[in-house]
Write a new protein. Structure first.
Length: 333
């Protein structure tokens, strides 16, 4: 009876976590895009400061979760943080590199969404599947099967179709020359940084037994440091003129909250779901972002090639995430 109940709860959590991931991914992209294009009086909020506050919030959320796991005892929380972070400096320092890369990546994503519509961003950002695969082969010695290599070819073909110029996009380029190129370069660098940092982080997780919450706090502490450097190096003069909270409103804070929750939601998906179901969440997020971007934000006009490219990207996501080893085992049996 207990095993049946446990299985039911596990299955329920699997779909709940995937639904939350799809919703979080879609809302983050759309609200970030909306916040970067929203016209309001006064200066626009600083993307560097939003990245900084997301790290602060992530540290607070992880600390509260550990606090709850220790029976809401301050002593237990203090001992846990002291033992796992302060007394293990070498383990903590390992997170400096991926944290710095993640901070750069988050700033690049703001730049990308300032210059690209939400649908194009969502689909093009799936290039991180390619970069992650390449880094997993080179850094972890992972072997990809023929179908996974095929999926990467399909992925790149789909992204190329999405980026193929249409008459409407040509008009946009004339109105705002270079902005699309800036957005594409930003998302390209973000994909490479995401792939490298993700595999580096995965390697660290496999080599140690520290919890994902502790690792997220360690990432957040370094992210806080790099974020502060980014704020004053990139926007120091603007901060001195109008303060670090200039241009903040409810939409901006929604973006910060959604970004801070992203890592924890992905951790839940890794725990409860598999790559195939994660592909459903990614595909659902792409479809939702495309529909809402077209009907609500009115910031792009899709062409026939765009839809073909979107279908190819979604198909490649499923093809890459499918468990081919298990499938071959079932066929043999």
């Amino acid at each position: 009876m207990l095993s049946i109940l446990s299985k039911f709860v596990s299955n329920r959590m699997k779909y709940v976590s995937l639904g939350v991931l799809m919703l979080q991914t879609t809302l983050l992209v759309l609200t970030m895009r909306y916040s970067r294009t929203l016209h309001s009086e006064g200066p626009r909020y600083l993307a560097s400061s939003a990245v900084l506050f997301a790290e602060v919030l992530k540290i607070l959320i992880c600390t509260l979760l550990i606090f709850g796991s220790k029976g809401f005892g301050v002593r237990g929380l203090y001992q846990e943080l002291k033992e796992e972070i302060v007394h293990k400096p070498s383990e903590t320092m390992k997170l400096a590199i991926p944290s710095g890369i993640y901070t750069l990546q988050n700033n690049l994503l703001y730049l990308a969404l300032t210059n690209l519509d939400a649908a194009t961003y969502q689909i093009t950002y799936q290039m991180k599947i390619l970069t992650t695969a390449l880094f997993s082969v080179s850094m972890l010695g992972k072997r990809l099967c023929v179908f996974q290599w095929l999926s990467l070819v399909i992925l790149m073909t789909g992204i190329a179709f999405v980026q193929w110029p249409s008459p409407s996009s040509s008009e946009e380029k004339e109105k705002d020359p270079g902005s699309r190129l800036i957005g594409m370069l930003a998302i390209l660098f973000a994909c490479f940084s995401s792939g490298f940092a993700g595999i580096y982080f995965e390697k660290i997780l496999k080599e140690t037994k520290q919890s994902i919450l502790i690792r997220n706090i360690q990432l957040g502490l370094f992210g806080l440091f790099f974020g502060l450097i980014g704020v004053f190096a990139q926007d120091g003069e603007k901060v001195r003129e109008n303060g670090i909270l200039q241009g903040y409103n409810s939409v901006t804070w929604a973006v910060v909250i959604l970004q801070a929750m992203g890592g924890l939601i992905v951790a839940a998906v890794i725990k409860y779901a598999d790559n195939i179901l994660k592909g459903f969440a990614t595909s659902g997020s792409i479809i939702l972002s495309t529909i809402i971007s077209y009907f609500w934000l009115h910031d792009f006009s899709p062409s026939g090639l765009f839809f073909v490219g979107a279908v190819l990207v979604i198909a490649a996501t499923f093809l890459y995430g499918y468990d081919w080893k298990s499938a071959r085992t079932r066929d043999v049996v």
